[in-house]
Design a binder for this molecule. Structure first.
Ligand SMILES: Cc1cc2nc3c(=O)[nH]c(=O)nc-3n(C[C@H](O)[C@H](O)[C@H](O)COP(=O)(O)OP(=O)(O)OC[C@H]3O[C@@H](n4cnc5c(N)ncnc54)[C@H](O)[C@@H]3O)c2cc1C
Length: 399
């Protein structure tokens, strides 16, 4: 039996890791953080599309995930990875592999930060190691390099970005984006919420959709909207009504957001898309799982499902957990307004907007977008500084 009471955080990505960084300096020494992740490495999804296209980038999207990279030397907090949480109980969780001699881990509070799932190579497949994930990215780079015609299905952020990355790395390739939607991204109107627990995707600024719809053909990428794709078993993709556009390779990259990474049987009531329903303190709304919080993509907190949104949630839940430890009341969480939607079409062409309190929403000039995100994809500015441990984390500079 440990001398500490445990704060268990499931998921060591944007939401979970940000929460841990906000919690660690403020937690009384009676309690320790146990940060659990199914993967034995951290990865940076924002750069995974470039890593699937551009050689060398596979080494920029993964980092070692262990107690030394996350926590101060001598701290009682620990990273438990790789280890998967397979069951949520009222005051304990069940791990796939034992920790301190048991697969059952009791806790004072538990945070679900298990995110969403997308197919590889956008995210590592279940059971991936750092080596196997990098190999998967290199395989994708090689397949794309070999293809002469590429069809990207879907004009969401991921589809558009993927097409831009491929065109930038391979200017002579024929690339076509085909989408059933009338527009690039989703400029509205806003879908009505089914009930008060449903999460509804915010709409994109129409000016951003228009800017991308102009930039895509200007880069030499064909854009076919309002069209469905038939994917025959041969793997070639044919857009209905565009039979001559048979592609050599079909890259399907629909951004499949809002899926529950860790769906607990008999767990919290889930809203639309399997999201975990939370209250205004970010506590899971459930009669059974009373000592749980949920943050990031897995939860129904309103707003964009982005790295910044997940970070806001993690940082919003941390003071409430400290308040629980101290027997005080928590603070209602309201997501801060500041956010950006910045879409790189390769390192040199970037379209996006920023929303700031008071100032409002404004389109980012290309040069600023390129400097802020295009070249380095926030690896050095946002991701690496998240690792606060004694062991420093570094990745190679972009080639
Ligand atoms: C290709 C792609 C591009 C993107 N581009 C952008 C972008 O440009 N800007 C932006 O802001 N956002 C972007 N996003 C979205 C952003 O990555 C997510 O919103 C963000 O990662 C959500 O963070 P999270 O911590 O909630 O979940 P995740 O990042 O999904 O992390 C969940 C973690 O939980 C772990 N886990 C899951 N189940 C278990 C379990 N049972 N036991 C233990 N561990 C478990 C996983 O291994 C993972 O580490 C992109 C996403 C993708 C896929």
């Amino acid at each position: 039996m440990s001398e500490y009471q445990n704060i268990v955080v499931i998921g060591a990505s944007q939401a979970g890791h940000s929460l841990v960084n906000a919690l660690a300096p403020n937690l009384p020494t009676t309690h320790r953080i146990l940060l659990v992740d199914a993967l034995d490495f951290a990865f940076w999804p924002i750069a995974s599309l470039r890593a699937a296209v551009v050689p060398g980038w596979e080494k920029r999207v993964t980092a070692p995930l262990n107690t030394s990279t996350v926590f101060d030397a001598g701290s009682a907090h620990q990273v438990i990875a790789p280890n998967k949480v397979v069951e949520l109980r009222e005051s304990s969780i069940v791990l796939e592999k034992p920790f301190e001699g048991s697969t059952e881990l009791p806790f004072f509070r538990c945070v679900i930060a298990t995110g969403a799932s997308q197919p590889a190579p956008m995210r590592p497949a279940e059971g991936a190691t750092e080596e196997s994930y990098r190999a998967e990215l290199v395989k994708s780079q090689e397949e794309i390099a070999k293809a002469t015609k590429v069809v990207v299905i879907g004009s969401g952020a991921v589809g558009v970005e993927m097409a831009g990355e491929i065109k930038s790395a391979h200017p002579s390739k024929s690339i076509t984006i085909v989408s059933a939607s009338p527009h690039v991204l989703n400029p509205g109107p806003v879908e009505p919420a089914k009930d008060k627990d449903s999460w509804v995707s915010p709409t994109v600024l129409p000016k951003l959709s228009s800017a991308l719809e102009a930039a895509i053909p200007a880069l030499g990428i064909d854009l076919i909207l309002n069209e469905r794709v038939v994917v025959p078993s041969s793997g070639a993709a044919v857009a209905e009504g565009e039979k001559d556009r048979r592609g050599g390779l079909c890259v399907c990259v629909d951004w499949k957001q809002a899926e529950l990474g860790n769906r607990a049987e008999g767990g919290p009531r889930s809203g639309e898309g399997g999201l975990v329903v939370v209250d205004e303190f970010l506590r899971v709304r459930s009669d059974k799982l009373k000592n749980y919080y949920a943050v990031g993509d897995v939860s129904n907190t309103p707003g964009w499902k982005t790295v910044q949104g997940a970070k806001y949630d993690g940082e919003g839940a941390a003071p409430n957990i400290v308040a629980d430890v101290k027997g005080q009341s928590g603070k209602k969480y309201v997501r801060p307004t500041a956010h950006g939607m910045i879409i790189p079409l390769g390192p040199k062409e970037v379209r996006g907007h920023l929303t700031l309190p008071v100032v409002g929403t404004w389109m980012l000039p290309n040069a600023m977008g390129k400097a802020v995100k295009g070249t380095k994809l926030f690896v050095e500015d946002s991701w690496l500084p998240r690792f606060k441990g004694a062991e420093k984390v570094a990745v190679p500079a972009p080639a």
